[in-house]
Design a protein around this ligand. Structure first.
Ligand SMILES: NC(=O)c1ccc[n+]([C@@H]2O[C@H](COP(=O)([O-])OP(=O)(O)OC[C@H]3O[C@@H](n4cnc5c(N)ncnc54)[C@H](O)[C@@H]3O)[C@@H](O)[C@H]2O)c1
Length: 260
């Protein structure tokens, strides 16, 4: 019995491994960084905001873990390379990449369009994910894992004025499947998490009434917490998901299945 418990636990452990989390200075990214650290990984917390990245590392170290804060704007090729170089320089390896950094600015409702805003969103939500995936895959050993942050909005839009964002997250799903196929020969698994509505710094401006609506729509009857997404990410980053590849995992309290 004791032996079973120990091996179950070890399925989710990342001891001796190194995980790079983008957008780790806030919200979902910070929760992922903290949970992967709790599972034993050394963490590289990358964010374009130096102060919040450093705060994430302080939290990891206060809990007894190891971390390195890296200032990087993932939409810049040079920063993406620097982030991976600094990971290897400090920890000597890279086992897990979490492509979490993303933006969701308010968009005009179609048929209006703001092309500059769309290009910027594509740069961060799509091109940066592809670039970081490629650069990480070149430096990872066999057994590496990549987890991309998509959105339930890629499956079923929850309202108007989000088309541009939803398009980028649909691309992340397609990229996840394509990369899983292409990187299989290197022994690298690629999966995605599709969060429902999660309370974070990025969504904090949403009015109370809208929050209540989101909560009521979810069969789980609440809005999501960053830790809900961190737990799913840990699963996809760990041995527990060894036979899961190219999968887009909805973590939305059931919102997508019921609609409304
Ligand atoms: N919160 C939700 O309801 C929700 C739902 C579905 C999907 N998501 C996705 O989850 C991810 C995280 O969302 P969140 O709510 O935690 O966001 P957030 O705005 O609370 O935090 C995002 C973090 O990413 C950083 N960041 C943004 N652009 C960056 C860049 N170019 N380079 C480096 N760092 C950058 C920010 O500084 C910030 O620390 C995003 O990809 C988002 O699309 C969120």
């Amino acid at each position: 019995m004791t032996q079973t418990t120990a091996s179950l636990e070890s399925l989710f452990r990342l001891d001796g491994e190194v995980a790079l989390v983008t957008g780790a200075g806030a919200g979902i990214g910070r929760a992922i960084a903290l949970m992967l650290a709790q599972a034993g990984a050394s963490i590289v917390a990358a964010d374009r905001d130096a102060e919040t990245a450093a705060q994430t590392v302080s939290l990891i170290e206060a809990a007894g873990g190891q971390g390195l804060a890296v200032v990087a704007d993932v939409s810049l090729a040079a920063d993406c390379n620097k982030m991976i170089d600094e990971t290897i320089a400090r920890f000597g390896r890279l086992d897990v990449l979490v492509n979490n950094a993303g933006i969701y600015p308010p968009f005009p409702r179609l048929p209006e369009v703001d092309w500059d805003l769309f290009d910027r969103t594509l740069d961060i939500n799509v091109k940066a994910v592809l670039r970081c995936t490629i650069e990480a895959a070149r430096r990872m050993s066999s057994g590496g894992r990549i987890v991309n942050m998509s959105s339930m909005e890629s499956i079923r839009p929850s309202g108007p004025s989000a088309s541009h964002y939803n398009i980028t997250k649909g691309a992340v799903n397609a990229m996840t499947r394509a990369a899983a196929v292409d990187l299989a020969s290197l022994g690298i698994r690629v999966n995605a998490v599709l969060p429902g509505f999660i309370m974070t710094e990025g969504t904090s401006a949403i009015p109370e009434a809208a929050l209540e609506q989101f909560a009521n729509r979810a069969p789980s009857n609440r809005v999501g917490k960053p830790e809900d997404i961190a737990a799913a990410t840990l699963f996809l980053a760990s041995k527990a998901s060894d036979y899961v590849n190219g999968h887009c995992l909805l973590v939305d309290g059931g919102t997508t299945i019921v609609g409304g």
